[in-house]
Each structure stands twice: as C-alpha cells, then as structure tokens.
Design a protein around this ligand. Structure first.
Ligand SMILES: Nc1ncnc2c1ncn2[C@@H]1O[C@H](COP(=O)(O)OP(=O)(O)O)[C@@H](O)[C@H]1O
Ligand SMILES: Nc1ccn([C@@H]2O[C@H](COP(=O)(O)O)[C@@H](O)[C@H]2O)c(=O)n1
Length: 270
C-alpha cells in the first residue's frame, strides 16, 4: 500500500484513518470466522497481503488473558472456563480497539489453542484499514467494547449444528480428545453461552441465521458496508467546512472520506 494512502493525515504521530468497526458475535462454531472470510472475499480482500488490505479481521481469542500455571493445568484437563468473561483481558481489548479507531498500527498476538497461551512470538500487525471486523463469542458482552462498534452482527446457528462442528474442529485442529471436548462443552461452553453470549444477541443490528450458508444476508451486509463508506464520505463533506476537515485519502476504488478533527472515532454515520 502506498504511503500516501496510509499517512494522509498524521496527528500526534498516528495515522488518523478511522475504520468502520464491525463486531461479529455468536456461539462457538456458529460460523463467525467463516462469515468474516466471506465478507472479505466479497470485498476483494483475500488475495492481498496484510499491509495492503482495506478490510481486516481480528479474533477476540487474541485477547484471552495470560493464565497462571495452575490454570493451564486445569485447562489441559478441560476444566478451565474459556467461555466466561473473566477469561478475557477486557482492558487490552478495549485499548487495542481504541488504537485501531485512532488509526494506529497495532500488533496483537496469535492464540495457541493447543497450549492455551498467547503466542507472543507470533504477532500479527494490523495496519489502518477501511473496515475492521472483530469476531468472538463475547465481543458484545463488555459494554465499553460493545459501544465502539459501528455495526453489530450476530451469527445465529443452531446449537446442535455448532456442537457437531466443534467436536471435529477441536479434535483435528485444537489437539483435544473427544471426552475432553464433550466435558468442556457440557460443563462450561453451553452454560456460558446461555448466560453470557446468547443474551448479547439483543444488541445486534443484524442477526444472521445459518451463518455462512446465508448468502442473501452476507450480500446485504456487504452492500451495506459499501454504502456506509460511500455515504459517510458524502455526508461529512457536505456538513463540515473545508477548514474543519481532515482529509483521509481513500483507496482507488472508493471516494475520499472526511472526518471532523474533534469527532470521536466511533461517531461514524450508521
Ligand atoms: N456453513 C457451514 N457449513 C459447514 N461447515 C461450516 C459452515 N460454517 C462454518 N463451518 C465449519 O465449522 C467450523 C467452525 O466454523 P467457524 O467459522 O470457525 O466458527 P466460529 O468462528 O464461530 O467458531 C469450521 O470447521 C468451519 O469450517
Ligand atoms: N484455550 C482455549 C481457548 C478457547 N477455547 C474455546 O474456544 C471457543 C471460542 O472460539 P470459537 O472459534 O469457537 O468462537 C470458546 O468456546 C472456548 O471454549 C478453548 O477450547 N481453549
């Protein structure tokens, strides 16, 4: 990506490129990652490298908190509750999203499900983008995180289907055995879904039944994202005088967006 696009407006050393921030929630294995992938594909992002992307996706799993040795021992036996809000580092999550909204480059760790640890030796660099998708089971649970989103999607997939997907995924990709997966699901995943995740569905702007199978819903969302980006550019150009505007140069295929200097980053048109 050219420097002119990335550095069109520098304030206090940061690139003031405010992304459109979309939260994507839903139960485990509902298809959150797959829905995000489809959105990125439809917006033509998949074959671009990370620094070139206009749309990026971040997983809430990068914001699990570090566990103590005793907690790791429990996790290895499937006895740690990774579906409870306390398993996450809420402050780091919120600060990272605020940095993203402020147009900063952020670096986040990847998550290692086999060892239940953050891989601080495997860091993803998130460059300023036009659209940032943030997906995870509890992205709407924490009010201060929830309020940062410009759009909230909830992937609503039947719980039997989710369990049927989770079992092979956890065995094949996350190094678990069947008994461990089923115990963890019964003792922690299912009750926590009912207590913490499912009630956040009411905060969603759009509920997507059947996840990635729902091509119509995904097409509508992609269209809406395109329109919001275009309308945002037109409205802010109309309302704000040129002296007040901070021009944000745009990718070749979308109009220039403008924001007022004092606007909080999350006050994007919606
Ligand atoms: N519509 C679908 N049909 C069949 N399998 C799916 C579908 N959506 C997701 N999967 C599979 O289910 C598993 C979980 O999907 P994923 O998108 O990772 O869910 P989440 O991010 O909500 O945990 C993955 O193995 C994925 O390939
Ligand atoms: N060490 C860990 C960390 C998380 N999990 C489970 O992952 C689920 C969230 O990821 P999804 O892709 O399924 O949304 C969550 O339900 C945790 O139980 C884990 O098993 N081990």
């Amino acid at each position: 990506m050219s420097d002119s696009r990335r550095n069109s407006c520098k304030i206090n050393g940061s690139n003031n490129k405010t992304p459109f921030l979309i939260g994507v929630s839903g139960g485990t294995a509902s298809g959150k990652s797959t829905v995000c992938k489809r959105i990125m594909e439809k917006l033509g992002q998949v074959n671009k490298n990370q620094s070139e992307r206009q749309v990026v996706c971040i997983s809430q799993d990068s914001f699990y908190r570090d566990l103590t040795q005793a907690e790791i021992t429990k996790a290895e036996k499937g006895q740690f509750n990774f579906d409870h809000p306390d398993a996450f580092n809420e402050i780091y999550m919120k600060e990272t999203l605020l940095d993203i909204l402020a147009g900063k480059i952020v670096k986040i760790p990847t998550y290692d499900y086999k060892n239940h640890t953050l891989r601080k030796d495997e860091i993803i660099t998130i460059y300023p983008a036009d659209v940032v998708l943030f997906e995870g089971i509890l992205v709407f649970y924490f009010p201060e995180v929830r309020n940062l989103f410009h759009m909230k999607l909830f992937v609503d997939t039947d719980s039997d289907t989710r369990l049927a997907r989770r079992v092979p995924r956890d065995i094949n990709e996350r190094g678990r055995d069947l008994e461990q997966v089923l115990n963890q699901y019964t003792n922690f995943v299912k009750p926590a879904f009912e207590e913490f995740c499912s009630p956040t569905k009411k905060f969603a702007d759009v509920i997507i039944p059947r996840g990635a199978d729902n091509v119509v819903a995904i097409d509508l969302i992609v269209q809406h994202i395109r329109e919001i980006l275009a309308v945002g550019a037109r409205h802010s150009t109309e309302r704000i005088s040129p002296e007040q505007q901070l021009s944000i140069s745009s990718p070749a295929d979308s109009p220039t967006r403008k924001i007022a200097p004092g606007d909080p980053p999350h006050k994007r048109p919606h």
